[in-house]
Structure formats: structure tokens, C-alpha cells
Design a binder for this molecule. Structure first.
Ligand code: NAD
Ligand code: DAU
Length: 362
């Protein structure tokens, strides 16, 4: 690809988005990034505060559902590629309020596709234009105790979140097959790392353990996720953006399946070490098994053969050492933590956990 490219990143103030913008500016110093983000509860411009005076980085505070704004952006800038991460991303929130997921994840994606298609056509359909849609393994539903998701696994989403992402994936493919827009799709497993909003399992458990609060494990804690360190996901996204074949899907997974209860126990051990907690006072005593998530998928695991063989991608981080790095990051960034845990965060914690009756792990 060209030395100088302008990339429209959506959702760049969120967890993966901010890590991706940082990664891209480091790996491709000649590129310009326009970050379009509506700054929902999950978006935090402070995640990228160190780039605010960098002329390669432009932040636009706006909604992907705003067709007029999208038209302006595509008219004013020559966009060479779109990396679409903006979404409502939390399964539990989708259970409490599905319609914002339909609006942002489905309508927002279609608005973006429309704007991208119009601009691509006006520019004479450049072959190297790309629309990279960042999706999830949750579109495939739940695995039993054995097997893996591949790009050929039929869609079978369980939650309003995963159904909205599945719908978006279908629309992205339709824009490719019907209009020829050069799209690529990634379906990735669970990410972890710095800047993840503390409503998700790993940061929630780190902070609760450090603060001596209960550690609410859904069901029996035996649900399995395939964890990928966020930098390894960013590496996959850049590779797919530059070398992925238009119209193609790539499944991306960490190759690190862990039961939730094991993840929580690792975190307890790491937090105890950092805070010098003796065995009798271990954070493990804070584990509470609480009412399960409705429609809770049992297991996710990705077979990443395609992206490994075709594009040469490999995850570089192993789970325990990258988790340890993540624990350190959260313990060392209390200002960031305080800034994202606003009144609406406390309201969410009360809504999601208030009615879940729990029992201790021992
Ligand atoms: P996040 O919730 O941390 O961030 C989402 C960002 O999108 C926020 O900055 C938010 O302000 C912005 N946003 C939300 N609605 C918007 C709108 N209408 N217009 C513009 N911006 C809007 O999410 P994340 O965990 O970083 O996930 C990013 C993407 O990656 C999502 O599409 C998600 O489905 C996908 N994904 C996430 C994971 C994971 O483990 N976190 C794994 C696979 C795929
Ligand atoms: O698989 C990719 C998906 O991973 C992404 O598409 C989503 O955006 C992302 O949020 C994540 O979804 P999960 O639902 O798997 O992640 P979460 O961190 O919410 O939960 C991980 C597991 O931990 C899941 O089995 C539910 C469980 N859990 C979660 C929370 C928040 C608990 O046991 N207790 C909790 O308090």
C-alpha cells in the first residue's frame, strides 16, 4: 500500500479502537488517521490524549448513524480505507437494552457502507480501497465441549449483541457481492489488555479484586473463551487491511482457551502478589457464583488456520504473561480507572449485578 494513506477509523476512542490507532501510528508513520467516535460511555478521548497535537491524527466527535456527517467526511477527505470498529459491544448491556445495538451496529454499519460506496464510486472505484469490518466470533453462537469456529461455520448468534453483529456482517458482505465494494471481515475472539472498559470480565475482576469487592462469576464459571491480547488483534487487523483478499473473511483467535473461573483465579493470584496479600486473605475468598447470563454461550474457540497460512499472522503473547502485564496496567492507571467509572458506570453495576443472588466459591 501507499506510503501516505488516510484511514477512517470508527470507534477509535474505545478499547480496541484506541489500541489500534496507537498501533497504526507506530507501524505506519506516514499514514493519517481520522477517528470518528460518538463518545458513548465506552469511548474516552483521553485514551489517545498523547496524539492530540499530532497532525497525523484527527478526532471527529460524531455518530456513524449520522448520514450527513459521513457525507461531509468522505467529501472533505480522500479516504483510502475504513476500519470499522464502532459498536455497542457488551453482551449484558444488549440484554438490558437491545435497541441501541440495532441502531449502532446494524443501521450505523449500513450508513457507513452507503457513504463509503458513494465515495468509492465517485473516485473511480480504486482497487486498493478497503472497508475492513471488525466483527466477532460470537456471530457463530456456542460450541459444545469440542471443535472450533472457522470462516465456514454457520451463523447462529445467541444475544442481541451477537445478532446485531451478525446482521452487520451480512450487510457488509451484501455490499461486496451486490455493489463490488472491496470489503474484508474479521471475526475475532475475546480481547484483553489496556484501556478495556471495566464492565468486561478481565478489567472488572482486576479492579474488584484490588478493591476487595465481590467477584461475580456467572453460572458455574465453566464457560470458555479464547483470549487474545489486544496488540495481537491489532497486528491481525493491519495485516488483513493490507494483504487480505477483498470479499474474504478471516477468523482470528488467541489459541488460548480458558474457563472463566480459571481466568478469575489467575487474576486473584496476580493481584494478591502485587498487593502482598497473604494466603489466608487471598482475593479468591471474594469469588461469588451468581445467576447466569441468559443465553450464555458455553464455549468459543477459533481455528485461525486461514489467517495464519494465507497472511502469516501469529499471536505473539501468551495468556499468563500478557494477563500479568494487563493486571499491572490497571493497578498503575488509577486516574484512568477513576475517569471512566462515572455515575452511569455505577448505575450499570447496580442494574446488572443488583438482582443476581450469589453463593461463595467455598
Ligand atoms: P468498546 O465498547 O470498547 O468501544 C466502542 C467504541 O465505539 C467507543 O469508543 C464508542 O464511543 C464508539 N461508538 C459506539 N457507538 C457509536 C456510534 N453510534 N458512532 C460512533 N462511535 C460509536 O468496544 P471494543 O471492545 O473496543 O470493540 C470494538 C469492535 O471490535 C466492536 O465492533 C466489537 O464488536 C469488536 N470486537 C470486540 C472484541 C472484544 O473482545 N472486545 C472481540 C471481537 C470483536
Ligand atoms: O468473543 C468476542 C466477544 O468478547 C466480543 O465480541 C465482545 O464485544 C466482548 O465483550 C466479549 O464478549 P463476552 O461476553 O465473551 O465478554 P465478557 O467480558 O462480557 O465476558 C467474558 C465471560 O465472562 C463470559 O462467559 C461471561 C463471563 N462473565 C462476565 C462478566 C462481565 C462473568 O462470569 N462475570 C461477569 O461479571
Amino acid at each position: 500500500m501507499d506510503e501516505k494513506r488516510t484511514i477512517l477509523v470508527t470507534g477509535g476512542c474505545g478499547f480496541i479502537g484506541s489500541n489500534f490507532v496507537r498501533y497504526l501510528l507506530g507501524k505506519r508513520p506516514g499514514w493519517r488517521i481520522i477517528n470518528l467516535d460518538a463518545l458513548t460511555y465506552a469511548g474516552n478521548p483521553a485514551n489517545l490524549a498523547d496524539f492530540k497535537d499530532d497532525e497525523r491524527y484527527i478526532f471527529v466527535n460524531g455518530d456513524i448513524c449520522d448520514a450527513a456527517l459521513l457525507a461531509d467526511i468522505f467529501m472533505e477527505q480522500t479516504i483510502d480505507a475504513v476500519v470499522h470498529l464502532a459498536a455497542e459491544s457488551h453482551v449484558d448491556r444488549s440484554i438490558h437494552g437491545p435497541m441501541t445495538f440495532v441502531k449502532t451496529n446494524v443501521e450505523g454499519t449500513c450508513r457507513l457502507l452507503e457513504a463509503a460506496l458513494k465515495s468509492w464510486r465517485q473516485r473511480g472505484e480504486p482497487e486498493d480501497f478497503r472497508f475492513l469490518h471488525v466483527s466477532t466470533d460470537e456471530v457463530f453462537g456456542s460450541l459444545g465441549p469440542r471443535g472450533f469456529f472457522t470462516e465456514a461455520t454457520p451463523y447462529d448468534p445467541s444475544s442481541p449483541y451477537s445478532a446485531s453483529k451478525a446482521a452487520a456482517d451480512h450487510f457488509v458482505r451484501a455490499w461486496n457481492r451486490t455493489y463490488g465494494l472491496p470489503v474484508v471481515i474479521t471475526n475475532c475472539s475475546n480481547n484483553y489488555g489496556p484501556y478495556q472498559f471495566p464492565e468486561k470480565l478481565i478489567p472488572l475482576m482486576i479492579l474488584n479484586a484490588a478493591e476487595g469487592k465481590e467477584l461475580p462469576v456467572y453460572g458455574d464459571g465453566n464457560n470458555v473463551r479464547d483470549w487474545l491480547y489486544v496488540d495481537d488483534h491489532c497486528k491481525a487487523l493491519l495485516l488483513v487491511l493490507e494483504t487480505g483478499r477483498p470479499g474474504r473473511t478471516y477468523a482470528v483467535g488467541g489459541g488460548s482457551q480458558q474457563a472463566n473461573i480459571d481466568v478469575v483465579r489467575h487474576i486473584c493470584r496476580m493481584v494478591d502478589e502485587r498487593l502482598g496479600r497473604p494466603e489466608g486473605k487471598s482475593s479468591q475468598r471474594l469469588i461469588k457464583f451468581v445467576a447466569d447470563r441468559p443465553g450464555h454461550d458455553l464455549r468459543y474457540a477459533i481455528d485461525s488456520t486461514r489467517i495464519r497460512n494465507e497472511l502469516g499472522w501469529r499471536p505473539e503473547h501468551d495468556f499468563v504473561s500478557a494477563l500479568s502485564k494487563t493486571v499491572d496496567w490497571y493497578l498503575e492507571h488509577s486516574d484512568w480507572v477513576d475517569s471512566v467509572r462515572s455515575g452511569s458506570y455505577r448505575q450499570w453495576i447496580a442494574t446488572n449485578y443488583g438482582k443476581r443472588v450469589g453463593k461463595n466459591s467455598n
